[in-house]
Design a protein around this ligand. Structure first.
Ligand code: AMP
Length: 225
């Protein structure tokens, strides 16, 4: 089963993917997380990526596609060796037409195809509020919101005690840039998947639990149809 969660930055893809992955036995492939891990490793590639991410620009397609191919290849190997993953859940990928076409090709190479693409739809003013007030733990990645879900102690993660920060790309200029890039490059992919008959849209302006329940229902329906 291969599922894409689509939606603008702040729509809750990451939060939902963190819940769905373990529940459905799917490997989460979140390209933003993979890039941030590379940056944290301090490698030369990581240093180049930092500049791109801090600006809120997109990483080049070839590199992004190659990273995703490597993850899917590892998943297929793991399964062949009797391992767990029943498939993958994509969060933040694909973001361009080039990446969408590349993903179709990668899956076809492994005799796989997409099960469903789910758009998590959230009004723009809610997205900007969520992003600008979002805070994340540098260690475990838990997400907080300065008003609706603040940390108990300012700047300290409730879950693991590490530092909680505002991502550089959650500052006003990068937020505007990222949302503009979503409109220009990623939103058109919705039509691509709608034409293939695999797009489902859910209302993301509700509680995490309600959105989660609907996502589970949609994925279960599609997995058995
Ligand atoms: P995210 O955590 O999904 O918001 O991603 C953070 C940043 O990583 C983005 O603003 C881009 O700079 C980069 N990134 C993540 N996924 C992709 C992708 N599929 N293609 C290009 N750049 C990406």
């Amino acid at each position: 089963m291969f599922v894409i969660l689509m939606g603008a930055q702040g729509s809750g893809k990451g939060t939902q993917a963190a819940l769905l992955g373990p529940e459905l036995g799917l490997m989460k492939i979140a390209t933003g997380d993979l890039f941030r891990a590379e940056i944290a490793s301090g490698s030369d590639l990581g240093n180049q990526l930092r500049t791109v991410l801090d600006r809120g620009d997109l990483v080049q397609d070839d590199l992004t596609n190659a990273i995703v191919r490597a993850k899917i290849s590892a998943l297929v190997d793991e399964r062949a060796a009797g391992g767990e993953p029943a498939g993958a859940l994509f969060d933040g990928f694909p973001r361009t037409a080039n990446q969408a076409v590349s993903l179709d090709g990668i899956l076809a190479d492994f005799d796989e195809s997409l099960t469903v693409v789910i758009e998590i739809d959230v009004p723009r003013d809610v997205l900007v509020d969520r992003l600008s007030k979002r805070r994340v733990c540098v260690s475990c990645g838990t997400v907080f919101h300065t008003e609706s879900n603040p940390t108990l102690v300012d700047g300290v993660c409730d879950r693991c005690g590490s530092m909680v920060i505002q991502r550089d790309d959650d500052k006003p200029e990068p937020i505007a840039r990222r949302l503009a890039l979503y409109d220009a490059q990623t939103a058109p992919l919705l039509a691509y998947y709608r034409d293939k008959g695999i797009l489902v849209s859910v209302d993301g302006n509700r509680s995490v639990d309600l959105v989660h329940d609907e996502l589970m229902t949609v994925i279960r329906e599609r997995a058995t149809s």
